[in-house]
Ligand binder design. Sequence first.
Ligand SMILES: [Mg+2]
Length: 412
Amino acid sequence: MTKDYADLHDPNAEYTARDLSAETMGVTAKRGGGRDIEITDVQTTMVDGNFPWTLVRVYTDAGIVGTGEAYWGAGVPELIERMTPFLVGENPLDIDRLYEHLVQKMSGEGSIEGVTVTAISGIEVALHDLAGKILELPAYQLLGGKYRDEMRVYCDCHTEAEADPEACADEAERVIEELGYDALKFDLDVPSGHEKDRANRHLRPAEIRHKAEIVEHITDRVGDRADVAFDCHWSYAAGSAKRLAAELEPYDVWWLEDPVPPENLDVQEEVTKSTRTPVVAGENRYRVTELRRLIENGGVDIVAPDMPKVGGMRETRKIADVASGRYIPVAMHNVSSPVATTAAAHVGAAVPNALAVEYHSYELGWWSDLVEESVIEDGYITVPEEPGLGVTLDMDAVAEHMVEGETLFDER
Ligand SMILES: [Mg+2]
């Protein structure tokens, strides 16, 4: 039988091989202990942070609400709205099945990678908050328990004089001394004044010398007070990336991030294996299926999934498990609000090989206002012991910083 497009996306459509709904799977039996709960609605509100943070709320007939967050991206709220009928009536405790259900239902619209995975990630994070609240357990407990009480946070640093090695070293010093971080990251794809043609991705010797000068100034100034990573944002040709990584070998570089474009994993592997400088990638790949290839072919020394983009909390755990099997640490890329940042800390608590989670908003001023709790203190997140994620949205702050034209989700 041929199914047309509308049928495929009708939650009431007859059984298809792609349908993992409770009704189709025969898991509709009532549950005891207050666990007989149904999802009634899913809503989103976008906040105008240094990225458009997409906050997600999943509502239930028990009056318990789960809050999550998806990585930013055009179309993410619309995709979540499109998926809402697949969730209404379902029990939110079946996190894994609901994740797979959404992946299967949205397969025709691109749930292998891209914004559909991002949208599913936001729902998945909200389901962890919701399940934790229903079961009265912190989210890390749902992922298998705790390896650590605190998650180390690294601070993504910027200075207006980004090409001035001395100004970068000054900023590193300030972030360590005034903000209390012992882990930092700086951009290395900054203009040197020696560029001839950015399209060919080639680095001239003077450009490499300039980058090495930035790295030398920062790492010399910081010494053993902090670890420092450097991000290249997929900028360089394979040969240039290898020359740059080799040039940085004498310095204490925590890692060199994304020196080459993300598409070709063979090139990524070549560059990583060419140098003693630790190389990181991963924030631009999706799901354990893609990250597995990056990890298992030796494409990274440290892997950097973005939790609310890559597939969510359980998917990040699965990636960490693959990495653990290759003795590779996980440094979670993160540009989120306190909601997904805390969710990433729960994942970090639950896996042995968590190295750090990123904080990308120190210039914003009101990042921490978005939730009632204090999230990052002295460069670490104390993993919450409250049920779910353990953070509570400050609705006044959300309303104040909403993207223009957005509607605040229901407080119920
Ligand atoms: Mg990066």
